[in-house]
Write a protein that binds this ligand. Structure first.
Ligand code: AMP
Length: 144
């Protein structure tokens, strides 16, 4: 399934972003309120400057304690994250995520972000495809 199709099937439209100068504490509040695992860091709300995931926050909490909540997002984000385009196939994305050991990827078209997909979205799409393939194969075997 193409990334663009996965985006269309998601309940949440658009991308939740923070600015590079927002605090890590604010980001943690946002992740909790929206029940998500990562946000895109963007100065203008259109380009991708970085990504900040729950894992980055937990790592800093473990290293330095609660003082890290006063840091700015840009201090602990991953800059220039690996992104993908809407025409890419979910199998390729799954491979990149597995190899890079990350679970989120911004979707960018003509230099502007148009969405964010998670490994959960990719797995859900693959399961749906497999169910359709199974039904089609059963139909062929049974002669429908
Ligand atoms: P995640 O598994 O997505 O929570 O992220 C694990 C680590 O990879 C964190 O340090 C993230 O900042 C980083 N990360 C998340 N998504 C990406 C991405 N698309 N490209 C590069 N690094 C990423």
């Amino acid at each position: 399934m193409q990334v663009g199709q996965i985006l269309k099937s998601k309940d949440v439209n658009g991308v939740i972003t923070v600015t590079p100068d927002q605090s890590v504490g604010e980001v943690a509040e946002l992740l909790s309120a929206k029940k998500i695992g990562a946000v895109i860091v963007s100065a203008d709300g259109r380009g991708v400057d970085g990504i900040l995931s729950e894992r980055d926050i937990v790592r800093e909490l473990g290293r330095r304690g609660a003082v890290c909540l006063q840091d700015k997002a840009r201090q602990i984000m991953t800059a220039n994250p690996v992104s993908c385009g809407p025409g890419e196939n979910s199998d390729e994305i799954f491979g990149k995520m597995t190899e890079g050991r990350f679970r989120h990827m911004p979707v960018v078209e003509d230099g502007e972000m148009i969405g964010l997909i998670s490994i959960g979205d990719v797995v859900k799409a693959r399961l749906a495809e497999m169910a359709m393939e199974k039904t089609a194969l059963e139909g062929m075997i049974m002669g429908f």
